[in-house]
Design a binder for this molecule. Structure first.
Ligand code: HEC
Length: 722
């Protein structure tokens, strides 16, 4: 193995191309998951909680064309214990969409414990829920924090549908190694029942041919029809969370990104965790949960004693699970095409190090007939790979027989690329998921062009003073034509052109948009909402006793009411000292150099400054440990080794790329975040002890008192210090 690898090493260079030009088409989406490009060029996007959006790139119009009932963790019910990754996962167009207006969706059923692949009709452009035709119901578990749903639906050039399905397993109790817990009551912790089971559709990439009434099985899947203890839909088995897939339209070779487990290094329990980009020219077993990366086997761990036993043989892996309903001896494991751990990869150093979420696609080549080409005419062909955590896109250049020739970065500094596809004009469409793990309100759809593309002007819309119906466009280039559009429901209409618009008296709509075009550049847009924000019930915060001039360290009794009364468990009451000088950012802030350092160490993938994400808010970390002696060292050890249980059951993976120096600087800044802040969570009445005087306090300033709860307008007021 080593020998073949060193040949790779010779040609994998650190070529960094000029970053692609990015144009944000729409911001403010809620956990956008995947996208599909319609034959007419419109972009369809699905959001995790069930919405389906259609985007019209010529006018920038965005229309909600459906809201499917799905099982999903929701901001309105954040304590819901459904598996947190459930929801609407994937969308694809019927290959005959232009004739039959049908789309395929993959989603978590709202009542039944299944993930469902179904086909729907669009009627007048809108999803008709009653037209649902179920192709596949995949039974799964929902308790005990199982995760991984896969969810990419793709068609190949012959009309075969490929669906990626996750392992539906809890990854949090196997130390980041193989979840193969064989004890009687540990089904959710055993991926041998799903990925390793030839008779189960989970942890697979399925391949079927949809028909008018259902589907048929194409030849060439992993198990011939009628083979005992197998499912004929399986094309690829042994997947953990096969997230984004792509098919080479010319050769039918399938590629997919595989999100790997968390172990930061190898141990007696198995190899380090690796993410993988896989390539399959034919059906096969890609190993999980018994084999990983370039066919590195796991030992069979006895979860009762924690002792590792016999090693798996990748050439003939054996599924020993009591829950295995399929074959005992599995097809030989296939090695990954590209694989990388948290730490720097020896084989593929250009991939860097830190968090990982590997994704695959689309295929890339040069075509003189297309307006846009990311590659030069002699640039070869290959596969784009990207990583949600690392925020980069790489070009994996391939030989004619699809061997890896070189790997180069073609774009970096992206936030969280979630899905990436190429339009027929050669430009790319990307979903940026947003900064949070869930409940994002800043998801984006981004249009990517080659670096040489001249983008249109940057625009903004401003109301004309003293008129509530006139608007004007501000632009950084004057050579464009401006057209104004109004969105109402799922339609839009053009209002007029020019740099100013007066809304006609009959114009009612949700969004006003201006579109700039100069005949050469891609259109650019600005939009403003014409809707008034929905009013939420207001929290009232009362302080008892004296009404002003509180001192540092003093105790203040408080009482919070609202109509309807909020659940006390959801309440946060806070006192924050605001110095008299300077600009107040509205909450605790990290200095910009620290912000940059934390960004460089990719901690914001899971943490936010002042609210919980996957990991705790840094302000909460500060409130918890700021008075603890030796907190920096304890936290440093925790961050570097990873771990769980202090804030919940989700572990922090080991942050092995973090240097001691950066760790000290970051943790010191985090611990000082809550200087001048006191907080109580979970009570509607009580006593808040005001914080000690921060070192940076001035002689004057103010206290800001606030009370917050999800679904309520916060109470917030200031009282001068003296
Ligand atoms: C993949 C997600 C993820 C990433 C990336 C991540 N964290 Fe965490 N972090 C978590 C989770 C989850 C917890 C809660 C662990 C627990 O409950 O014990 C946590 C906890 C913490 C804590 C509190 C530890 C404790 O024991 O109370 C600190 C401090 C912290 N993280 C800092 C960092 C820093 C600094 C980075 C970047 C170098 C980072 N994290 C990157 C998920 C992450």
């Amino acid at each position: 193995m080593r020998k073949t690898l060193s040949i790779f090493l010779l040609c994998i260079g650190a070529v960094t191309a000029a970053p692609l030009q990015q144009q944000t088409i729409i911001d403010g989406l809620h956990d956008p998951m995947s996208l599909a490009i319609a034959p007419d060029g419109d972009i369809y996007v699905v959001e995790r909680e069930g919405k389906i959006l259609r985007i019209h790139p010529d006018t920038g119009g965005v229309f909600e064309i459906g809201n499917l009932a799905v099982s999903a963790l929701r901001a309105s019910d954040p304590k819901s214990d459904t598996s947190v990754e459930e929801g609407l996962q994937g969308i694809a167009f019927d290959p005959d969409f232009e004739k039959n207006s049908r789309v395929f969706l993959y989603y978590s059923h709202p009542q039944r414990r299944v993930d469902r692949l179904a086909r729907f009709h669009l009627r007048d452009g809108n999803l008709d829920p009653a037209s649902e035709q179920v192709l596949l119901d995949i039974p799964l578990e929902r308790d005990n924090r199982v995760c991984h749903h896969g969810g990419s639906i793709r068609f190949d050039a012959d009309g075969l549908l490929y669906l990626s399905v996750g392992d539906n397993t809890n990854p949090f109790a196997s130390d980041g190694y193989a979840p193969i817990d064989n004890r009687a009551d540990r089904a959710e912790w055993d991926a041998q029942r799903s990925s390793g089971n030839t008779n189960d559709l989970r942890g697979k990439i399925l391949r079927i041919r949809p028909t008018e009434t259902g589907y048929t099985i194409p030849p060439g899947n992993l198990f011939p029809m009628g083979t005992a203890k197998t499912r004929p839909e399986i094309y690829i088995m042994g997947c953990r969370n096969p997230y984004r897939t792509t098919i080479n339209p010319k050769t039918h070779t399938l590629y997919w990104g595989e999100i790997g487990p968390d172990a930061d290094k190898s141990s007696a329990k198995g190899p380090a965790g690796y993410d993988e980009i896989n390539q399959a020219k034919a059906a096969g077993n890609y190993g999980w949960p018994l084999v990983i990366a370039n066919n590195q086997p796991y030992p069979i761990v006895d979860f009762a004693t924690g002792k590792p036993g016999a090693m798996i043989d990748p050439a003939a892996p054996i599924n020993r699970s009591r829950r295995n309903t399929g074959l005992t001896t599995l097809p030989p494991a296939q090695p990954a095409f590209i694989w990388y751990p948290y730490d720097a990869s020896k084989e593929f150093p250009i991939l860097g190090k830190s968090g990982r979420c590997a994704m695959a696609g689309p295929m890339l080549d040069y075509d003189a007939k297309r307006p846009y080409n990311l590659l030069p005419p002699n640039g070869g062909h290959g596969l784009l790979t990207y990583d949600w955590s690392r925020g980069k896109i790489w070009f994996a250049k391939l030989t004619d027989d699809e061997k890896l020739q070189s790997l180069a970065i073609i774009d970096e500094d992206l936030t969280h690329p979630m899905d990436l596809q190429m339009a027929t004009d050669g430009s790319l469409w990307m979903i940026d998921y947003g900064p949070e793990w869930w409940f994002n309100t800043k998801g984006k759809v981004i249009h990517l062009f080659p670096s040489s593309t001249q983008l249109g002007p940057k625009l903004s819309i401003e109301p004309v003073p003293e008129s509530d119906r006139s608007f004007t466009v501000k632009s950084d280039k004057s050579s464009s034509t401006f057209n104004w559009w109004l969105t109402s429901g799922t339609t839009e209409r053009q209002l007029g052109s020019g740099s100013t618009i007066i809304l006609p008296p009959d114009a009612s709509g949700s969004e006003l948009r201006v579109v700039a075009s100069d005949g050469k550049s891609p259109h650019s847009f600005a939009r403003i909402s014409l809707l008034k924000a929905e009013a939420l019930p207001e929290l009232r915060l009362k302080l008892k006793g004296k009404a002003k001039a509180f001192s540092f360290g003093e105790s203040v009794a408080f009482n919070i009411t609202a109509d309807p009364q909020p659940d006390p468990a959801q309440l946060t009451v806070r006192a924050r000292y605001i110095p008299a000088t300077g600009h107040d950012a509205g909450g605790p802030q990290l200095p910009t150099d620290i912000q940059a350092l934390i960004t460089a160490n990719a901690c914001f993938a899971c943490h936010q400054v002042d609210h919980n994400s996957v990991g705790p808010a840094y302000s909460s970390v500060s409130l918890k440990y700021r008075k603890t002696a030796g907190a920096i060292d304890t936290l440093k050890a925790k961050v570097k080794m990873g771990g769980k249980g202090v804030w919940g059951e989700v572990p922090m993976p080991p942050q092995i790329a973090l240097s001691d120096r950066d760790a000290d600087t970051i943790l010191n800044a985090i611990l000082h975040l809550a200087d001048g802040i006191s907080e109580i969570k979970g009570s509607s009445a009580g006593t808040l002890q005001l914080p000690a005087r921060p070192a940076t306090a001035t002689s004057s300033g103010a206290w800001e008192f606030s009370a917050e709860a999800p679904g309520y307008t916060a109470a917030k007021f200031r009282i001068p210090l003296q």
